[in-house]
Design a protein around this ligand. Structure first.
Ligand SMILES: [Zn+2]
Length: 92
């Protein structure tokens, strides 16, 4: 794994930890940093990262806390508190 990918992993961990302790703004800050690192290095963000972050407001999503997760027509629909929806195929 290269340095940028490691940095993204690290920021993901920090975002998750911040979100878990209710520090949503700090979590969002780490999410944005990780996105920027990925962009600058032309890396694809890990699937786990994409699943648990909001594309609209960069929140780190915690189902049952700041996000709702529903199953619909074979898709997982994640709704962030900001109102943004994300759909993923159920199998993946
Ligand atoms: Zn959002």
């Amino acid at each position: 794994m290269n340095v940028a990918a490691e940095r993204i992993e690290r920021l993901h961990e920090l975002a998750r930890a911040a979100a878990a302790s209710g520090e949503d703004d700090r979590a969002r800050y780490y999410v944005r940093l990780a996105r920027r690192v990925a962009e600058r290095n032309r890396l694809t963000l890990p699937r786990q990262f994409r699943r648990f972050t909001c594309d609209s407001c960069d929140a780190y999503l915690r189902p049952g806390k700041n996000a709702r997760v529903r199953l619909q027509d074979g898709h997982v629909v994640v709704t962030c508190d900001c109102g943004a929806h994300a759909r993923y195929p159920y199998q993946e």
